[in-house]
Ligand binder design. Structure first.
Ligand code: NAP
Length: 310
């Protein structure tokens, strides 16, 4: 039986509708809409798309999102100066700095900029203070992708307490916070990465498998215990016609989309996994929209003052 599809796009839409009255109430109390400052340094094409989607989603529910651009030649000091201005701004409840920053700023720059954001406005939850609070299971904004995943799993009544969970990927933005959130929900969590031995065998022990690798169709049938829930975080642009042909041999719609655009978005999970898994998140339409819904939720909670009171 093919896997049940966990429809993140539909749930994200419902969440956005639920957020609208909270935005309206806040606008009345604050005398202004909740505000999000979005910092974009340079013109990375992927970042341009992510930022555009975030701005559109905010606008749709009445959150004022201001795009603050700096050129690719901006210095770390310029970026810190902009963050400081947004920290002081009474019109901005949330701040996010789109990753990656230009490589020329140096390897330490990104975390330094995240750490400069007022922790109560840090809606991505990437600052050292908020990561520390997550480790200690204290209140604070939590990274949007893992938070969105948890919301989708809860909505779909996927059991977490006591479950064996394998997270493939240990990034600061997905893998690590995901593992912590699941640990706090009493799952037994294994974190895998590029040095993990017998990865497919470890992964196939999971009741719940989270793939955040960044490699198209990396997780094949061999990684998945029959009936397991599989969350596909990966967003990979594939331009190779042969790969598209082999991955989507039985899916005329996806092949046609590729023919039209010359590229297609593919997750970290191979389409064949749909024949083995019990439940599966699609790409696109799974974790991407849930991530944006979580960002809006964090912005509204910041505007409600949730993280000022702690
Ligand atoms: P990342 O920082 O590049 O981390 C990738 C992780 O995968 C690393 O921990 C790496 O291990 C591991 N890995 C790489 N190759 C591997 C292999 N052969 N075997 C086992 N592990 C391997 O990526 P990320 O930022 O976490 O993002 C992961 C994916 O999710 C990307 O496709 C990204 O575009 C997508 N994403 C989607 C959303 C969304 O909203 N849907 C949000 C964020 C990210 P090492 O640590 O050993 O190098």
């Amino acid at each position: 039986m093919p896997a049940r599809i966990l429809d993140g796009a539909a749930l994200a839409k419902a969440i956005r509708s639920e957020l609208r009255p909270r935005v309206a109430a806040l606008s009345a109390t604050l005398g202004r809409p909740p505000g999000l400052g979005v910092v974009l340094v340079g013109t990375d094409p992927g970042s341009e798309i992510y930022v555009r989607n975030k701005l559109r989603a905010a606008d749709e529910i009445g959150v004022r999102a201001d795009l603050e651009r700096l050129p690719a030649t901006a210095t770390l000091a310029d970026t810190l100066g902009l963050v400081d201005r947004l920290n002081q701004s009474p019109a901005h409840d949330g701040i996010l700095v789109q990753s990656p920053l230009p490589a020329a700023m140096g390897p330490e720059a990104e975390q330094m900029v995240f750490d400069a954001i007022d922790p109560a406005k840090d809606v991505d939850g990437f600052s050292a203070e908020n990561v520390g609070r997550l480790v200690q299971k204290r209140s604070g904004p939590v990274a949007c992708t893992p938070r969105g995943i948890l919301e989708l799993l809860d909505h779909e009544r996927i059991a977490i307490a006591g479950a064996r969970v394998v997270v493939i990927g240990r990034s600061d933005i997905v893998g690590k916070p995901m593992a912590l959130l699941l640990l706090h929900r009493d799952a037994t969590v294994t974190i895998c990465h590029s040095k993990t031995r017998d990865l497919a065998s470890v992964a196939s022990s999971a009741d719940l498998l989270i793939a955040a690798v960044g490699r198209a169709a990396f997780v094949t049938r061999a990684f998945v215990r029959p009936g397991a829930t599989v969350v596909d975080v990966g967003v990979n642009t594939v331009t190779d016609p042969a790969l598209v042909g082999s991955l989507f041999a039985g899916d005329g719609q996806r092949r046609a989309a590729f023919e039209r655009r010359g590229s297609i978005l593919v997750g970290d999970v191979h389409p064949e996994v749909a024949d083995v898994a019990g439940a599966l998140t699609p790409v696109p339409g799974g974790i991407g929209p849930m991530t944006i819904a979580a960002l809006l939720g964090n912005t509204i909670r910041a505007a409600e003052g949730e993280w000022r009171r702690r």
